[in-house]
Design a protein around this ligand. Structure first.
Ligand code: C5P
Length: 409
């Protein structure tokens, strides 16, 4: 029971997926949570307050100005009571209100009045989800550390197919369990040195141009933050990204693959674990032009001669005193097969593979899902925020690391 003694405030807004909330309440209470439900006025058209009251065992409120409710647990008291505030389903309208801090009903007022972490499970028509205002609002909420769960893709009530389905109650419950588990982290990596590479590399063409890729560095930075929270001494070797260093992490900024290789090998001898999360350019220019290259009139083709960069991860795994190695594999097809062959070819202890053909996950996104392989085992880590996923991955890594080297606890 991973939500034992946790006070979960569930805000239900007016989307068709609201009919799934009695099931969500049941799943949360099965994990030991105390659940209180509040509804927006339009949510009452989709789910009966009475059913929610029956499954939660608590009175359900929807009015901000409700004398009876205020006499029981008033709205400020309710905001303070919550350990977690989850809004599911969160409609485009609620998301917009949360973004701009409107407080014209009980749900939005509580969102402002609570200091509990806020989770939202968006649910709407796929076009509404893709619309620029929603995307901008979501970006603002993410920057404010609102936890976003989903949405999932699939057939919608209106007949459309695409992103906008509320994440299933089971997955919402699991995300909240993972979050609570993360909050109770012990320093399992205390005294362990972990080096993490993150972000893209840039390969110069001439003094003003370069070749690079879309890696945002978010997964590597999330791993650094999680490793730090778990007590490790973290060295983050970061390619060019615009991300703040997690507190307490030693950061070494690099530009090219060769710079990254040098920075890694400079202090790899004292590392216990090496996590290669960077999207390192496989090739660099054979000859970087010292002057800005000019457009050749009359010749509409340009050929650049490129040579392979060193494989940083492979070189680390090949060291005589190699640390425990975790590599990443971004694949667009046959994810597990290609990842397994990379694990073997690079002689790694573990590999985490993601399907980058899904634009909602992985590269440059805030969410990710992974298949984690060792020589003998395979684990599926379901879609969630990169922060939660990083924590889950590191705990998995910890058990494999202890198995290989004997527990350090
Ligand atoms: O072979 P591929 O590039 O797909 O392997 C990906 C894994 O190898 C990632 O963990 C990446 O960080 C690492 N890598 C590396 N140096 C390279 C290329 C990839 O460390 N030159």
């Amino acid at each position: 029971m991973q939500l034992e003694q946790k006070n979960v405030l569930l805000g239900v807004s007016g989307g068709i997926a609201a009919y799934k909330t009695p099931d969500l309440v049941r799943k949360l209470t099965a994990q030991g949570a105390n659940v209180r439900v509040i509804l927006t006025a339009s949510a009452e058209h989709f789910v009966s307050p009475l059913s929610l009251q029956a499954v939660s065992g608590n009175k359900v409120s929807s009015q901000l100005l409700d004398e009876e409710a205020e006499a029981g647990m008033g709205h400020i008291e309710l905001a303070r009571w919550a350990d977690i505030f989850i809004i599911a389903p969160a409609t485009a309208n609620i998301i917009a209100k949360l973004t701009y801090g409107l407080a014209d009903d009980l749900l939005t007022t509580l969102a402002l009045a609570t200091s509990a972490p806020i989770f939202i499970a968006p649910a709407m028509n796929q076009q509404m989800w893709a619309a620029a205002p929603t995307a901008e609002n979501m970006q603002k909420l993410r920057e404010r550390n609102t936890h976003i769960l989903g949405p999932a893709s699939g057939e919608q009530a209106c007949g459309d197919v695409g992103y906008g389905r509320m994440l299933e109650p089971e997955l919402i419950t699991k995300a909240l369990c993972d979050y609570c588990h993360e909050q109770s982290n012990e320093a399992i990596f205390s005294g362990v040195n972990i080096m993490i590479t993150a972000g893209p590399t840039r390969e110069a063409i001439d003094p003003v141009r370069y070749i690079s890729n879309h890696s945002s560095g978010k997964m590597g930075f999330a791993l650094a933050k999680a490793a730090q929270a778990l007590g490790a001494n973290v060295t983050l070797v970061a390619g060019p990204v615009s991300l703040e260093s997690p507190a307490g992490v030693m950061r070494n900024n690099v530009v090219s693959a060769q710079d990254m290789f040098d920075a890694v090998h400079n202090s790899i001898a004292k590392q216990d674990i090496f996590i290669a999360c960077a999207a390192v350019a496989d090739y660099k220019l054979e000859q970087v032009s010292t002057q800005k290259m000019k457009k050749q009139h009359g010749d509409d083709k340009l050929s650049l001669c490129m040579v392979q960069n060193p494989d940083i991860l492979k070189s680390v795994a090949a060291l005589e005193q190699a640390p425990f190695t975790l590599g990443f594999a971004a694949e667009t097809q046959d994810v597990e097969t290609y990842a397994k062959s990379k694990l073997v070819k690079k002689n790694l202890d573990m590999i985490a593979a993601n399907d980058v053909s899904n634009s909602e996950l992985g590269f440059n996104s805030d969410q990710n899902a992974l298949i984690v392989l060792t020589e003998e085992k395979s684990h599926n880590l379901s879609p969630k925020s990169k922060d939660l996923l990083a924590m889950e991955l590191l705990k998995l890594l910890h058990s494999e690391y202890c198995e290989k080297h004997g527990s350090r606890d």
